[in-house]
Write a protein that binds this ligand. Structure first.
Ligand SMILES: [Zn+2]
Ligand SMILES: [Zn+2]
Length: 286
């Protein structure tokens, strides 16, 4: 039996964010050529303030207004592509959240204005500092938390807040906090961290949300996708849906890490009956 290609998280493109490559139309064409059954296009949300602007976006001359305009163009283009590929490949049009100061109002107003099919709920910041960008920011965030263990706890607490507020159909790269930490395996032995992560997984199960089985980690050379072994095992044992996301940031990322990540999942006995995100699953309104 062939396992269908799908993606719950991807389609970041150079046209609409400062750290991706290629045009959305070419990326979507690649998904179709590669035989994807369905894909979610989930561009990053625009920053609501200059202070929260990502370094690459700031360097590329993005302003709060220009990024907001970009996002509006993105939604229109993604919907055009959804119609164009209808009947051949199903496209869900959404976006990926952040969780910096002010995100709750910003995400709520984007949902209200654009009525996305779905959203990916992702945390890329702790104390308003990127935890997936560079070592300096990671260290600074660690100092603000007081310890690396507390940084992990703060990350998972922020993630729970996001889950409770928006009930995103897909929870993005569940344990991204491990990215810049070589010793992340050791963190999974810390009870305070583990309790929080499992608490979040329980909530994800109760709400019927989907975990982004994020393959981008494999493409970048990690030995396992997000989510890491202990959480993947917990998700399998508790019937929490995990569905591949390539988190593509360009044409050449499409389907990246899929086979490798799939091998990890199936070796552990995970299901490949991919669940598709429910349209409009997220909470609405301000
Ligand atoms: Zn990105
Ligand atoms: Zn992300």
């Amino acid at each position: 039996m062939t396992i269908p290609y799908v993606s719950v998280h991807g389609g970041h493109s150079g046209g609409y964010c400062g750290h991706a490559k290629d045009q959305l139309t070419d990326i979507v064409a690649r998904y179709a050529e590669a035989g994807f059954e369905w894909v979610c296009l989930t561009e990053h949300m625009p920053s609501p303030s200059e202070a929260m602007m990502a370094p690459e976006e700031a360097e590329n001359g993005f302003t709060v207004d220009s990024w907001r305009k970009n996002f509006s163009d993105y939604m229109a283009e993604a919907r055009r592509l959804k119609s164009k590929y209808a009947g051949r490949m199903d496209i869900l049009v959404g976006f990926e959240t952040d969780a910096y100061s002010g995100y709750q109002d910003a995400v709520a107003s984007l949902i209200e204005e654009y009525e996305p099919d779905m959203i990916v709920g992702s945390v890329h910041h702790v104390h308003d500092l990127y935890i997936d960008f560079d070592d300096d920011r990671y260290r600074e965030a660690t100092l603000l938390s007081g310890s690396i263990e507390q940084l992990y706890c703060d990350y998972f607490d922020k993630q729970l807040e996001l889950i409770e507020r928006f009930e995103p159909a897909v929870v993005g790269h569940f344990d991204l906090i491990r990215l810049l930490d070589e010793d992340y395996h050791v963190r999974w032995e810390v009870p305070e961290i583990m309790e929080r992560a499992l608490r979040n997984l329980d909530r994800i199960r109760e709400l019927g949300l989907i975990l982004d089985l994020n393959m981008r980690a494999m493409k970048k050379g990690a030995s396992e996708p997000y989510i890491s072994a202990p959480f993947m095992e917990y998700a399998i044992a508790n019937n929490i849906a995990m569905v591949p996301g390539d988190d593509a940031h360009g044409v050449n990322d499409v389907g990246g890490g899929f086979e490798e990540g799939l091998a990890v999942l199936t070796a552990r006995g995970g299901s490949t009956q991919w669940r598709k995100p429910e349209i409009g699953r997220h909470r609405l309104g301000l």
